[in-house]
Write a protein that binds this ligand. Sequence first.
Ligand SMILES: Cc1ncc(COP(=O)(O)O)c(C=O)c1O
Ligand SMILES: [Zn+2]
Length: 388
Amino acid sequence: MSHFECYDCGHTYDLEHTEFPCPKCEGILDPKYDYDNLDVSREEIESRKGSMWKYREFLPILDTDDIVSMGEGTTPIVDCPKLAEEMGVARVAIKDEGQNPTNTFKDRGASASLSGASQQGINEVVIPSAGNAGQAASAYAARAGIDCHVVLNYQSNDIQKTMVEAHGADLHLVNGKLGKAGGKFSELRDEHGWYTIATFQTPFRHEGKKTMGLEIFEQFNWDGPDEIFYPTGGGVGLIGIWKAYQELVQLGWLENGTPPSLNVVQSSGCAPVVEAIENHREEHDPWECPESIGRGIEVPNPGASPWMLEAVYETGGTGVAVSDSKALKGALTSAQHAGIEMCVEPGAALAAAIQMAEEGELNEDDEILIINTGAGNKATDALSYVIE
Ligand SMILES: Cc1ncc(COP(=O)(O)O)c(C=O)c1O
Ligand SMILES: [Zn+2]
């Protein structure tokens, strides 16, 4: 890594900079790399095992002693031939992020952001979350020996709330929805000067999620699927995959120059990015009354929407909103036709792919990848309502 660059105003900062987001414009700071001098080959990367840190040259941590890891990433791509047949496409595969240490893909962002905090000599961090990111952050903070404050809403589920406290983090519970957790978080951060690991305030979380994209390309033999369906809240993973694609193109590592279409899936009860796509806009309008049981994708005002929309438009992707009941059905379909346990948000992603197949929007030679962002055990309550 060579420096941070603001996605919004282009201002650059050196590696020691700890004030996030961009002090000039409140924009997103993005780690940049000197890939002209990259000291690792595709073959060397393929031979490494273990965790997402096999891609350490693509990550913003300079000294391996600062890495906070417990084997996150390197999750399998699981083929689902039965689903492919039913959907009339060549291949359906699921990237099973439920197999991460705290059962969601949030572990990648937590590993990177707590490693970033260690690198910067930080001993107290704060994060607002719908639940999963807070649980992941508290686990990695415990491992790093860093004090962690997690702001959740009361509606976060018992697993998330209990495990935050089990890891020894300070749990701050507020009424209402994610926006209110965000408000309380800002208050605490400003009052105590705690270091932020909030979505797109820290420059490290989307870098951690970038490894999901790097893995996908490697697992597809340095090519990619035709379509990726991603359950989208703040868009951290979507932008991570988009960055992975761009960096691999820059390095000349991909076999084929065409990117996979990146498809944003949201809930019809909170779909600001899908609405922006439908209206060909470059930015979203905040969603007035967010209402979804897929709380990880119930994000009414995602600050990184211009970057997400760039990823969708540049890759020929689209936006699909599905109801909660379709999302739950999607999760059950995965459990019953592929054996893979999903929570509500990735259930929405599978439901959206099935819907597009039914509408004739997918081709028979398409290879489809669904990101299973979180395991079924995060949503047993919700799932139990739809089991017949
Ligand atoms: C299970 C699950 N899926 C998807 C998301 C959305 O993630 P992102 O912020 O990367 O869009 C979340 C975020 O909380 C989540 O917990
Ligand atoms: Zn800026």
